[in-house]
Design a protein around this ligand. Structure first.
Ligand code: ZN
Length: 136
């Protein structure tokens, strides 16, 4: 079992659910965004506070990527989706743990964090969020 886990590429391992989906909320107009920006794209206010966004949502629209940039060929095909979270915030993210042919508009999804790279000697680990079909 130990040997098995050692052989699994780091980016396929899942990070526990305690990680949050952090976005921003404009304190002047209420617009929510992800990632958070310093200036509200809707009203120009600088009064943007970090908030935790819901981790669940629905697929609004999606595109299957057949030709990936160099270095990402291993991952094709994959699916990029526009997801509307439970609070109405929309974001674009990659779907994971699903075959492209099984993706449907309106499908319920939840966020997962995946380790995307470990940079050499510094050991710096990067995470990015993806969405997978909601397991009920
Ligand atoms: Zn605003």
């Amino acid at each position: 079992m130990w040997a098995y886990w050692q052989s699994v590429p780091a980016h396929w391992r899942e990070i526990p659910a305690r990680y949050r989906l952090e976005g921003g909320e404009c304190q002047d107009c209420g617009y929510r965004m992800i990632p958070r920006e310093d200036i509200c794209p809707k009203c120009g206010s600088r009064n943007v506070k970090p908030i935790n966004l819901p981790r669940k949502g629905n697929v609004v629209n999606y595109t299957v990527i057949w030709n990936a940039p160099r270095g990402y060929e291993y991952y094709t095909p994959y699916v990029i989706a526009i997801i509307e979270l439970e609070d109405g915030t929309r974001l674009t993210a990659q779907l994971t743990d699903v075959e492209p042919s099984d993706v449907k508009e309106g499908m319920e999804v939840e966020m997962v964090l995946r380790k995307t790279r470990v940079s050499g000697e510094s050991g710096l680990i990067a995470y990015s969020y993806k969405f997978r079909p909601l397991i009920k």
